[in-house]
Ligand binder design. Structure first.
Ligand code: ATP
Ligand code: MG
Length: 301
């Protein structure tokens, strides 16, 4: 197996049969740095799973992460993909947006309190939910108590159950906490919603700095999609910000999600935008996002 020193980046080809049973720490022969020896499934040369793991994240709050996670997941499910939506936020909003009150969710999966089948609830045809909520604080404590490898807790819990799904979409909380770091050690692709306000552009720059510190240890996670949200031509001049985003991040920038009051109304009815207002701008914009993420311009034709 290939082990890469997180400090000097030297690659070592290690004969797995020579690793002593129970060994947990490796030492780089080149620079002497000691670091956790991860399970083979989590090393850099682990094969990429066929399931697409996508995180929706930005440290700043209220930019449309949950709205995007839920409607993207629902849109992919409508298009016929099997989708698991994972809520890693203690606010537990994903279940609310889908009109559900599950008794169990991600916490029980990670702690092993319940078998996986009892933690995942079917929300719609082709769409399943691993709910978040206040109990996630318990997972954060589990992560904190681990001497090393805490950042792989979520990856270890989700990897065995993901094979039945085409997509796993992971919603994250605002801020930067142990669960956010865990999400970055699980997903391969990231969507970052950016509200079209100058302050949030700064939020993106901050987030990219934090992301690059994670990428030193997990090169596989990349920001693939920057999603401008709250595009509102009536009250400000968003084109300048959008142009700036395109200058900086080019083809990573997706077609924006317009400000749409239907998107803010639908959670109170426990409906996705496709159910609540299928003809709305919000519905059109999230359908476009589904086409982009799936790489299928023909969808919903
Ligand atoms: N395009 C939009 N047009 C109008 N309202 C929107 C739009 N997107 C999201 N909203 C509303 O804005 C609020 C914040 O959105 P959302 O909860 O998705 O953000 P968030 O980034 O998940 O927030 P948090 O960081 O608190 O988790 C919600 O009330 C939501 O209904
Ligand atoms: Mg949210």
């Amino acid at each position: 197996m290939k082990v890469i020193c997180p400090q000097c980046k030297k690659e070592h080809n290690v004969d797995e049969s020579k690793i002593p049973a129970g060994a947990t720490v490796a030492q780089c022969r080149a620079c002497g740095h000691r670091f956790p020896l991860f399970e083979p499934a989590a090393t850099q040369d682990a094969p990429k799973p066929k399931t697409r793991r996508i995180g929706v994240t930005l440290s700043k709050g209220g930019v449309g992460k949950t709205t995007t996670s839920v409607n993207l997941a629902a849109g992919l499910a409508l298009a016929g993909f099997k989708v698991l939506l994972v809520d890693t936020d203690t606010q537990g909003q994903a279940a609310y947006l889908l009109g559900m009150k599950p008794k169990a969710g991600l916490t029980e999966l990670v702690t092993g309190e319940l078998p996986p089948a009892e933690t995942i609830v079917q929300a719609r045809e082709n769409l399943w939910l691993l709910a978040g909520g206040r109990s996630l604080a318990g997972i954060k404590r589990i992560i904190d108590r681990k001497d090393f490898g805490g950042e792989l807790t979520l990856c270890e819990a989700l990897t065995p159950i993901e094979k039945d799904f085409d997509f796993v979409i992971v919603d994250t909380s605002p801020g930067w906490d142990p669960l956010t770091v865990n999400v970055l050690f699980y997903v391969y692709e990231l969507i970052t919603p950016v509200s079209l306000e100058v302050m949030t552009l700064q939020g993106l720059v901050e987030f990219l700095k934090s992301l690059s510190s994670i990428q030193k240890y997990r090169a596989d996670v990349t920001l693939n999609y920057i999603l401008p949200t709250f595009l509102d031509k009536r009250i400000k001049n968003p084109d300048a910000i959008l142009d700036r985003l395109k200058d900086l991040y080019g083809e990573y920038v997706c077609t924006p999600i317009r400000y749409n009051v239907r998107l803010s109304e639908s959670p109170a009815y426990g409906k996705t935008i496709f159910e609540y207002a299928p003809g709305s701008h919000g519905s059109q914009d999230y359908r476009e996002l589904v086409r982009k993420i799936a790489g299928r311009p023909d969808l919903f034709a």
